[in-house]
Design a protein around this ligand. Sequence first.
Ligand code: SAH
Length: 217
Amino acid sequence: MTDERRHERSGMVETQLRARGVADERVLAAMAEVPRHWFLDDPSSADAYADRPLPIGERQTISQPYMVASMTELLGLTGAERVLEIGTGSGYQTAILSRLAAEVFTVERIATLSGRARAVLARLPATNVRLRVGDGTAGWPEEAPFDAVLVTAATPGVPPALLDQLADPGVLVAPVGDRIVQDLVRIRRERGRDRRETFFRCVFVPLVGADGFPEDS
Ligand code: SAH
């Protein structure tokens, strides 16, 4: 992909991810490969590989590396899946998913962010990604079903359309809670049954849409 700042990425993988229990070698390899700094507002930022979320414009953020890695690990991807991501943002999480699955479909409500993400993904290149601008709480019905669904913005509940578009077997991960703090939730569907587990507390920007939070609250 690129050797730029490779050393910082390996440091990030060892100290922020492996040391904290991220164990999926495919996830760790993807995090070591994808140049996170390309996805920032300021690609020369000294903080590109720091242990925290960073601004990407439009009052949105690129998630902390540990959050990206943990959410991805919870999906348990093998390489064959069709994945739906809600909240493209910078496209960084999309790029990680694109290395670990067959196809990635990603929806973003802010057109400027989607446009910038598209350009960076083309530069990588990530050729198995399709981007769409719109309200992701409605999913992407034309491309359903999806083996995995990842919501990367805080939602008051799992939008029903996303459960409708989940395959069986399938897995969905989302931060569910209020605007301030959420719980990372995983729903695993198997033989017609959905099992729900809660992992850890997290803080995401809100999912704004018909089945998310209202724009102005
Ligand atoms: N995965 C991103 C994180 C982006 S933050 C990354 O790696 O950079 C969450 C994103 O969700 C923001 O870009 C926000 O604009 C977007 N978002 C919020 N509500 C949305 C909705 N209803 N549909 C699609 N995207 C939404």
